[in-house]
Design a protein around this ligand. Structure first.
Ligand SMILES: [Zn+2]
Length: 267
């Protein structure tokens, strides 16, 4: 059973006291004043207002940007593969050596002077000169087995012209008529002609270039990619003094022509 009386507000008749109202109001005002002075929220609000800076606070300094660190250095290593050694220079001493056991003297003057002697002497001097400069040079005979498919950076075959006619003088240079590398071999001819002429003072004997030169057998024995020429260094008759008494000058002119070609100089 529900007991309604336990939750009912007791009805009491409280008489009004008109004289206590002003005093109650004064008490409320007093408490309010005290609260304003002591309330923590109000106090903190005023404190925050008073502490508001009148000038902008300095911008907090940002942490320094990360320093760009340099890349780690690695030791410079040299390639482990070595470049291929440059091809040798081939110098042929015309008519030197033997073919099938037979000696070939080349041209022979009435006094017995043989072309092969001149060629061998000059070729050896050219080889010595180039080797002194550090080049790898092969001295080859006219029918040297090593000429088969020979690959070199350049090949020069050294010959001399005959004693007749006795007044004939001059030198000449030629490459294969059907050159596989005409631009390179034209340049080689130009280099040799220019340097040899400057060194010896001989003139170019253009009109005596024959198929013996332009169809020279060695041109078709060596690798066709090897720039090759044959040089007739002078006539054994008209240029005898130069060839016999100054082979060093002759050799120097040939070597300088080869160097012109190798170094890419202007002829
Ligand atoms: Zn010859």
């Amino acid at each position: 059973m529900r007991d309604a009386s336990s939750h009912a507000r007791p009805q009491r008749n409280i008489p009004a006291a008109p004289t206590s109202a002003p005093r109650f109001l004064a008490l409320v005002i007093l408490l309010a004043a005290l609260g304003a002075l002591t309330h923590p929220l109000w106090g903190s609000t005023r404190s925050a207002a008073q502490n508001t800076p009148t000038e902008p606070s300095p911008v907090p300094s940002l942490p320094p940007p990360p320093q760009e660190t340099s890349l780690p250095s690695y030791p410079i290593t040299t390639p482990t593969t070595t470049p291929p050694a440059p091809l040798p220079i081939g110098i042929v001493a015309g008519h030197s050596g033997e073919q099938n056991g037979i000696r070939d003297p080349g041209a022979i003057c009435p006094d017995g002077w043989e072309e092969v002697e001149i060629n061998l002497d000059i070729a050896q001097r050219v080889v010595d000169f180039l080797r002194l400069l550090g080049y790898d040079v092969d001295l080859l005979g006219e029918y040297d087995d090593n000429l088969q498919g020979y690959r070199g950076r350049v090949l020069v075959s050294i010959h001399a012209d005959s004693c007749t006619p006795p007044e004939a003088s001059g030198f000449k240079v030629a490459h294969a008529e059907d050159s596989a590398i005409p631009e390179e071999e034209d340049y080689l001819v130009a280099c040799l002609t220019s340097r040899y002429q400057a060194r010896t003072g001989l003139s170019f004997h253009r009109w005596s270039i024959t198929p013996d030169m332009t169809e020279y057998h060695i041109f078709y024995t060596i690798d066709r990619g090897t720039p090759a020429v044959i040089i007739e260094v002078g006539f054994m008759g008209g240029d005898r003094d130069l060839l016999r008494d100054h082979p060093d000058v002759v050799a120097r002119g040939v070597a300088e022509g080869i160097l012109c070609f190798i170094r890419g100089e202007t002829p």
